[in-house]
Ligand binder design. Structure first.
Ligand SMILES: Nc1ncnc2c1ncn2[C@@H]1O[C@H](COP(=O)(O)OP(=O)(O)OP(=O)(O)O)[C@@H](O)[C@H]1O
Ligand SMILES: [Mg+2]
Length: 296
């Protein structure tokens, strides 16, 4: 096998607190080949975001986080790096897209200024005019029709979908080897989310970018990912090619995840050892309302 872009081996994470250590990851292993789009799916609190934060070297800076296990990025041992070396990788060799595009952008600077900052991370000597030309091209690549106007705008002047495209353009501007996308676009409406994810998929394919795609929306995962890891309470319980895993889930939790229909009760994905009756919970729980109020 060729060298993977990312290789995680037996990664464990615990947070030290007053009453001992709270174990969050129990030894997860995963790899992403060059140009591969890999999804990490699991319920809320299963350990998806902390995994991304460790890859980015962010949790290593948190005093009470205890991290062990192998972490290799393009054959480089991330554990052996200093905080400064890890910081140098962020925004250049690896970049991140977050859930809410509008709040990820800085409200007091124009898109152009923020773009320039991003580009300067890889090319510190870049002149303003050169940066503008590169940014215009990057915005055109994410199918923005009026890149000039967008560059001169502030995030609040643009729609959520437009800001998401800007975020994608910025994240890919320095041609990173790895893109970490943590619930991208969940703050957007579903049609816009689907459009931007499609666009992101095309761009990463064009540039052979490896992607770690985090989501609990199995619909978008099926569309986007080549391979899927299922995480359950800090353990990888199943992995496989997207088609195979969706068509023939083996682990009971994966089956539960696939069979669970989103419910407005906010109950999330039921425990695998839960009563099966749980699966057919009513769609809407009118808690706190009397029947009279509902009928009024
Ligand atoms: N900085 C932190 N300090 C202490 N505990 C943390 C920290 N970050 C996360 N945790 C805990 O680690 C566990 C995993 O959190 P994580 O954010 O990775 O979940 P997730 O799978 O991304 O969930 P969601 O789908 O809700 O985003 C949770 O129990 C969370 O409370
Ligand atoms: Mg998360």
């Amino acid at each position: 096998m060729k060298t993977p872009t990312l290789k995680i081996e037996n990664l464990k994470l615990g947070f030290k607190g007053f009453s001992g250590t709270n174990a969050v990851l129990h030894g997860i292993s995963l790899h992403i080949a060059k140009g591969e789009k890999v999804a990490l799916v699991g319920e809320s609190g299963s350990g998806k975001s902390v995994t991304a934060r460790i890859v980015l070297g962010l949790l290593q800076e948190q005093k009470n986080a205890k991290i062990t296990g192998g972490l290799e990025f393009e054959s480089r041992n991330l554990n052996a790096m200093t905080a400064r070396q890890r910081k140098a990788l962020r925004g250049t060799d690896m970049s991140m897209i977050f859930q809410d595009p509008t709040s990820s952008l800085n409200p007091v600077y124009t898109i152009e200024v923020q773009f320039h900052e991003v580009l300067k991370r890889a090319r510190p000597d870049l002149k303003r005019a050169e940066a503008r030309a590169l940014a215009l091209q990057a915005l055109a690549d994410v199918a923005i029709n009026e890149p000039e106007r967008v560059l001169d705008s502030y995030a609040f002047q643009l729609s959520g979908g437009m800001n998401q495209r800007v975020m994608i353009a910025m994240a890919l501007a320095n041609n990173p080897a790895l893109l970490l996308a943590d619930e991208p676009g969940t703050a957007l409406d579903v049609t816009v989310q689907a459009q931007t994810l499609k666009l992101m998929g095309e761009l990463v394919e064009k540039h052979h970018t490896s992607v770690l795609f985090i989501s609990h929306n199995l619909g978008v995962v099926r569309e986007f990912a080549d391979r899927v890891y299922v995480i359950y309470k800090g353990n990888i319980v199943e992995q496989g090619k997207t088609e195979t895993l969706f068509d023939n889930p083996r682990h009971p939790y994966t089956r539960a995840l696939l069979s669970a229909v989103p419910r407005i009760t906010g109950g999330g994905i039921p425990d695998i050892d839960d009563d099966p009756a749980h699966f057919s919970a009513p769609l809407i729980a009118h808690e706190g309302f009397s029947e009279k109020e509902l009928l009024a």
